[in-house]
Write a protein that binds this ligand. Structure first.
Ligand code: AMP
Ligand code: MG
Length: 491
């Protein structure tokens, strides 16, 4: 068994940015799930991860003897557009940083490990449901190639956590490239003095944007430009796969470009551009089709925090911020278009692709097919000339038929054979997706002590391109009326 080496470089930053804290002791902690294969692939010995020693460390039983101390990070955030100065890790903890064999540094972060100085009125705890939901979604995101934090382990604490009712308590151990958020800079910005913003920005460059020359005068502009690019790509991927994050507050946007915080998130089932699942998102601020706009909004808050670093002259600094921000939408559109064209099996670009995008989404809005299966079944149209699967997905067939004739004309112009295109379509479009009712069933059963449905669903979601008989139940089209399909933050 190889015990990994941990340290915490975050504590080199000014002390206003964190508070040392220990996990609440959970003497009855027991693992319910371990991500052995991923642990192995980042060089973390699964034998150690599953050991009593590791569990003791994560559950606050065994004191950490190393020369570092775990900490909760401070951050602010705009929540649904309103600024909260004092947020921070209220139920989470950086338990250690770990460097993998490729020299990638990960934050190992506990969620649900007890209250911290940032807990406000919260209990610092997490439910088993919330931990398992985050696991299902983040594993799926990783499987479909979307940058994301990932679960390494989930353990039950043996405690009861009260939310809408009594739930089993649990702690999630997640690994992130870094958990510095837009909100971390917003917090640093209000802690005027001591160059905290600059220290944080330089720390982020070294940690996450190492191709930027740390000596360069314009390094903070470069940093901001690259953050903008990563977000543009991330949101392009989210939207092309029908992902709705649900709570894109500025404290939930990680500057690494990873997806974080899987509270009320969901995947779109029947296509509806203004789809919202979250019970608290009454005005549809974070609807599927507003996510690029909201990412841009968060980035403008980040720019405000970085302004003094761009240029001493305020007007010049604002100009730099605006120039970099203005690159967001074109880059987002480029990625979104590219991903959707690949999903359609097309290599068209430029105006042709833009035209195809608008025709496709106009058709989806009226035909209202299941979003995931629509793309997946396009391949079958090419191989068997059988449209019945596709037609069965749609609420209205006529717009689908007119669109299909346009799509077929493009397919004929592709340089490769239709068999190859059909194969590509199956390779890029998953057949499984964490559907609302499947996730709910798995979490409900897990709450009653039976993990079978969770494990079965997870297996499909970790390998979502391969159709298998054992997952036949997972292919269904959501009802037209999704009114009772609401997600909750579970905080
Ligand atoms: P979220 O929107 O879930 O990312 O959480 C927003 C803020 O609320 C963060 O500062 C969290 O740490 C804090 N928070 C959420 N749930 C709890 C809880 N149960 N106890 C303490 N703080 C919490
Ligand atoms: Mg959060």
């Amino acid at each position: 068994m190889n015990k990994p080496e941990f340290d915490i470089t975050y504590s080199q930053l000014p002390p206003q940015l964190y508070a040392h804290t220990k996990p609440d002791p959970a003497p009855n902690a027991a693992y319910v799930w371990l991500n052995n294969s991923w642990a192995r692939s980042i060089g973390l010995d699964p034998a150690w991860l599953g050991s009593d020693e590791a569990l003791g460390m994560f559950s606050g039983i065994q004191d950490i003897e190393e020369d570092y101390a775990p900490l909760a990070m401070a951050y602010s955030g705009h929540q649904f557009g309103h600024f909260s100065a004092q947020l921070g890790d209220g139920r989470a903890l950086l338990i250690g940083e770990f460097v993998d064999s490729d020299a990638t540094r990960y934050d190992l972060h506990l969620k649900g490990s007890g209250s911290t100085v940032y807990s406000r009125r919260g209990d610092g705890k997490s439910t088993l449901r919330a931990a398992l939901k985050e696991t299902l979604f983040s594993e799926y995101m990783a499987a479909i190639g979307i940058s994301t934090t990932r679960t390494l382990a989930v353990f039950e604490t043996g405690e009861t956590v009260i939310r809408d009712k009594a739930h089993k308590g649990a702690v999630l151990l997640r690994a992130a490239k870094s958990l510095i958020r837009v909100g971390t800079f917003e917090f640093a910005d209000i802690m005027k003095g001591a160059d905290i913003v600059e220290k944080l920005a330089d720390f982020l460059i070294v940690r996450e944007y190492a191709d930027i020359d740390i000596e360069a005068d314009d390094r903070h502009q470069q940093l901001f430009g690259q953050i903008v690019s990563r977000q543009a790509e991330l949101i392009g991927k989210w939207m092309s796969q029908g992902f709705i994050h649900g709570v894109m507050n500025s404290d939930n946007m990680a500057l690494s470009g990873e997806t974080i915080d899987f509270g009320p998130c969901a995947f779109m089932e029947r296509f509806k551009p203004n789809q919202v699942f979250s019970s608290i998102d009454q005005n549809g601020r974070y609807a599927w089709n507003r996510q690029a706009e909201m990412a841009m909004w968060n980035l403008s808050k980040l720019a405000e925090s970085l302004l003094d670093l761009f240029d001493e002259n305020q007007e010049a600094a604002i100009q730099i911020a605006e120039d970099e921000l203005s690159k967001f939408f074109p880059q987002f559109m480029m990625h979104f278009n590219q991903f959707v064209m690949r999903k359609l099996g097309l290599s068209i670009e430029g105006e042709q692709a833009e035209d195809m995008m608008s025709q496709t989404f106009a058709m989806l809005s009226t035909a209202k097919p299941d979003y995931t299966l629509f793309f997946r079944y396009l391949g079958d149209v090419l191989t068997g000339e059988d449209e019945s699967l596709l037609v069965a997905l749609c609420a209205d067939e006529q717009p689908l038929q007119s669109w299909l004739s346009v799509w077929r004309r493009h397919i004929e112009n592709e340089a490769i054979t239709t068999t190859e295109i059909a194969k590509n379509i199956q390779q890029i479009n998953p057949i499984y997706v964490p559907r609302f009712r499947l996730v709910e069933r798995a979490l409900e059963q897990a709450g009653n002590g039976d993990l079978a449905a969770f494990k079965h669903l997870l297996k499909a979601l970790q390998d979502p391109y391969i159709e298998a008989v054992e997952f036949a139940d997972y292919l269904f089209v959501a009802a037209d009326d999704d009114a009772d399909e609401q997600t909750f933050c579970e905080t």
